[in-house]
Design a protein around this ligand. Sequence first.
Ligand code: GTP
Length: 350
Amino acid sequence: MFIDHIRIFAKAGDGGNGVVSWRREKFVPRGGPDGGDGGMGGDIVLVVDNSVDNLRAYHYDPKLVAEDGKNGAGGRKTGKSGKRVIGKVPPGTVVYRSNAVTIQEAVDFERSDEGIDLEPIADLTEIGQEFLLCKGGEPGQGNWNFKTATNRTPVEHTLGTPGDQSVFYLELRRIADAGLVGFPNAGKSTLLGKLSHAKPKVASYPFTTLQPVVGVVEFPGFRRCTVADIPGLIEGAHENRGLGHEFLRHITRCRVLLFVIDMAGSEGRDPVSDLEILRREIKEYDDELARFPWKIIANKMDLEGAAENLEVFRSRFPKVDIIPISADAETGLDDLRQVLDNEIAYRPDK
Ligand SMILES: Nc1nc2c(ncn2[C@@H]2O[C@H](COP(=O)(O)OP(=O)(O)OP(=O)(O)O)[C@@H](O)[C@H]2O)c(=O)[nH]1
């Protein structure tokens, strides 16, 4: 199961209370104040961890709750601090804080006409990066802290403050190094299956790819890159037609976009206008996404008419990198691998 957005409840520990206590010694009927401070409440911290690639763990347990700090004790003993809780997230996780403090409140807001307010508060991309999601409560002070020259028997003490608590939404944006972008039936699933060890489902009708399939493409010397096939983009996607926004949200976290174009123009399609529509959808959704590096995979070169169409296409887009292939007949795949290796492969030694 690939979970890429989720609602979680997080609560940091409350600070422990400071206490009132008096030193008891032989022959000292009422010793000085010795009530200790409380302990810090435990923080909730998100940490970017490469060993997780989606948010599935939170699907099963959508709660992060840290320990409260313990109360202080006599003998100026400070209460134990609450342990912090670490939530692992994959690189590419965007964190939003909502205006709800309980899950029930969040659900009610979501269903209301105004909807829920979400404020993006972190964009976690670097492995090892830490983000303080909820700060633990401050400890209260024990009465020994309040002793002064004029007040030797203070009964003042303070209570710990509550830890932060809120409902957050986590969204995973990074899917893969390269994202295959194309209309349904352009041949993305077929291509990914041939390039990688993923076993994508292939069918001859639109919208069969229900979730992103990520394949790992391996090169000699342990170099590798990941390629994602996401449900086909259709015209009007930026207006959230079809699976539009789902799709576009996924590809914002690919480093390179590979436009898979059916160069044979099957089913009455026109390769030139296919690319123009795809580029336009992406630009209208997000200007920044339109500036991502991109290349063209000219697929179905085994079919009649593809070669002629490719000539027209090249003259229309003379500056764009075009890699002609046939995913079905497995031609041109070595050239494509070479491009992936040169431009995006992850090198463990780098
Ligand atoms: N002749 C030919 N047919 C191909 C080639 N690549 C894919 N096809 C066929 O095109 C059809 C669609 O291929 P898919 O790989 O399912 O296309 P897709 O882009 O993943 O489609 P969605 O999953 O709907 O987004 C299938 O019948 C494939 O066999 C090719 O290079 N040549």
